[in-house]
Ligand binder design. Structure first.
Ligand SMILES: [Zn+2]
Ligand SMILES: [Zn+2]
Length: 424
């Protein structure tokens, strides 16, 4: 078992609307009856006021626990996830201390069984202390409940260590999630290297710093015949490397964030620290390549990389501000407003890449709308208009790239593992 949650009731409820489940091939107006947490009846309905879909799965969340509970806790982060329509999330191990031992992981699992509103899994580190030198005890960590392994926040710089990580992840039967960055190329980079960085006089983090590592790691994965997952893809060249590897049968999967799908480096002209992320948002040709790869399926998952930061740290001059933005509570609305409404990506593709896509990559139960399944449902009001406002967040942090934005489409209800965890 790799997902952990506060023990709670199983609810009985009904949900109706236009039901869209890309996995089950459903797109029709239906009423669903949930009894004791399980979908027991599906009948025709006249209501099409809302969309009902399998709830979302986020494979990349920073819960900042242990160590920075002022920025996020398991309770606040999972409340934010519930408000964003998620029924499962995976948390990153770059905490203080790092999740690199069964003891640290065990205490997180214990906290999740007391505090987590939605089922939560924990990734453990690839290297001890995330120092990139010594592998963690991956088999032992898998037995203690690690959902996958990553050194996120940092790349695995040593190719030799990466090769052994691929071998041990195979033995531990858990995915490897990789933050791809060649640090000698990205060093001191503040934003995408290109015309805008030159104009602003900010140090560049070039796309090749990501692509060079992606190329290295897919080459290693092919050689070792192991799978790997590339996190937060940002560059056109990385997309090409992933597609080439996939066409050769290498088990490489990838995720992309809402901000990389929606923003370009033009946004950095504002010098708003909430446009500063790692990897950076890039020029429109990179953004367009990510959208295309998501639509075509080479990128199977949307991940928020929800990265809460304390106000006093993020409210700094651009060059001093930390990297990262929050995303759980705005992901669907941002993608609906910026990509679905303008006709760039079909709604069912977004729904699939936010739910079944990531669940499959991480071996989690795929949320499905079918009789006998535990209810994992999100209800969406596509006509709702709202303004992203600091006061509206359940997250402890407010460093959203969308503050003040007017969005269309809103999550109005979330059912996770048979329990209603959010109702607007
Ligand atoms: Zn990362
Ligand atoms: Zn991250």
């Amino acid at each position: 078992m790799t997902l952990f949650c506060r023990n709670g009731r199983s609810d009985s409820l009904t949900v109706e609307g236009r039901v869209i489940d890309p996995t089950e091939g459903i797109d029709e107006c239906l009423a669903l009856t949930v009894d004791n947490g399980v979908i027991v009846r599906i009948e025709p309905s006249g209501s099409s006021r809302t969309v009902v879909a399998p709830a979302f799965v986020d494979p990349h969340v920073h819960l900042r626990t242990p160590g920075r509970e002022d920025e996020e806790t398991i309770a606040s982060g999972t409340a934010a996830a519930a408000a964003g329509g998620y029924c499962a999330i995976l948390a990153m191990p770059n905490t203080d201390p790092v999740v690199d031992s069964a003891a640290v992981l065990g205490s997180l699992v214990e906290r999740a069984t007391e505090e987590a509103l939605v089922p939560t899994g924990f990734l453990a580190a690839i290297s001890k202390g995330q120092h990139g030198e010594q592998l963690t005890e991956m088999v032992e960590l898998a037995e203690a409940g690690a959902a996958a392994f990553t050194d996120d926040g940092r790349p695995v710089v040593s190719a030799g260590l990466m090769r052994r990580a691929l071998q041990y992840a195979g033995v531990a039967a858990r995915p490897l999630s990789l933050h791809e960055e060649e640090p000698s190329l990205s060093r001191d980079g503040q934003m995408h290297e290109g015309a805008v960085s030159a104009e602003l006089g900010l140090a560049g983090w070039p796309s090749v710093a990501e692509a060079a590592m992606v190329e290295r790691d897919v080459t290693l994965a092919a050689y070792e015949r192991r799978a790997l997952h590339i996190m937060h893809v940002s560059a056109l060249e990385s997309v090409r490397a992933i597609q080439t590897a996939q066409s050769r049968g290498v088990g490489v999967t990838a995720e992309v964030t809402p901000h990389h799908l929606c923003l370009t480096d033009d946004a950095v002209r504002s010098l708003d620290p909430n446009t500063k992320m790692n990897p950076p948002v890039r020029s429109d040709e990179h953004r367009a390549a990510l959208v295309e790869a998501l639509r075509g399926g080479a990128i199977a998952c949307i991940a928020t990389d929800h990265a809460p930061h304390a106000r006093q740290e993020k409210d700094a001059p651009f060059e001093e501000a930390p990297f990262g933005v929050t995303g759980l509570e705005t992901a669907f609305s941002a993608l609906y407003t910026r990509l679905v409404e303008p006709g760039v990506i079909p709604l069912e593709t977004i729904l699939e890449r936010m739910s079944a896509g990531p669940a499959r990559v991480f071996g989690l139960p795929v949320p499905r709308i079918a009789i006998g399944e535990r209810a994992n449902l999100v209800v969406l009001d596509l006509d709702a208009e709202w303004t992203v406002d600091e006061g509206g967040f359940r997250s402890r942090s407010v460093n959203s790239w969308l503050l003040g934005a007017r969005l269309r489409g809103k999550v109005t209800r979330t059912v996770a593992d048979g329990r209603e965890v959010y109702a607007a």
